[in-house]
Design a protein around this ligand. Sequence first.
Ligand code: GUN
Length: 284
Amino acid sequence: MYKIIDGKAVSAKVKEEVRLEVEKLIESGIKPGLAVVIVGDDSASRVYVNNKKKDCAEVGIISEEYALPAETTQEELLNLVETLNNRNDINGILVQLPLPKHLDEKAVIEAISPIKDVDAFHASNVGKIMIGDYVFLPCTPAGVMEMLKSENIEICGKNCVVIGRSNIVGKPMAMLLLHQNGTVTICHSRTKDLKAVCLSADILVAAVGIPKFVKADMVKEGAVVVDVGMDRDENGKLCGDVDFAEVADKTSFITPVPGGVGPMTRAMLMKNTLMAAKIQNNII
Ligand code: GUN
């Protein structure tokens, strides 16, 4: 019998902890602030940004949205980032990705002050994650770790397989599991015999972006399966990278979509913004 790791419940707990700390900060005269920048009219990005603003309101963080038109130039965007870097009342800066094609995402990320980079995408923060000396953890991998912790799932010595090698999820996910002494393998589109590698996993993290990609014959009996996917099935319904209906019975723990990793990512963003406010006010 498997157990579902309830991302909504775990994220509510994280957010409540953040809310209490924010309350204390506000009492001491510090109001944490997050700037969220969205360029163009990508509908998924719009939903994500609205959710982030909702989370801020819930935990007491001030959010400012900058919704820029799709034709925004690189210079205009960089100027906005610079202005936000210089504002003391803005502790975190998040530029929602993807950006329209004519904009240079990498240059924009690098323009964000590393101490305000609550996504932990800046090369300086990525480097810190590599050496295990981090300030901000990338929100999705950190959320996954929090979910595993909530069920006391041991990582030390376990075979951990991450499917997907993105900078946002796959690579930092592998690193966090490695820091907890997991034996980590990263799989990708060129991996030979992906099924065999996945079958070796005690902990399998799917972050490929392909609906229902992970099937029952890829999962070891009793494995922990974490689904980072936010995909649409053939009927346009939200689903994950894991075929939950056929995989769940083989697992010991599994995360659902929706209600799994998604809410955790959002909660960890709140935690990072709180952390940014504390650092910038010399509280840590
Ligand atoms: N687009 C999809 N996920 C993310 C995220 O975590 N942060 C940002 N900035 N953009 C995203």
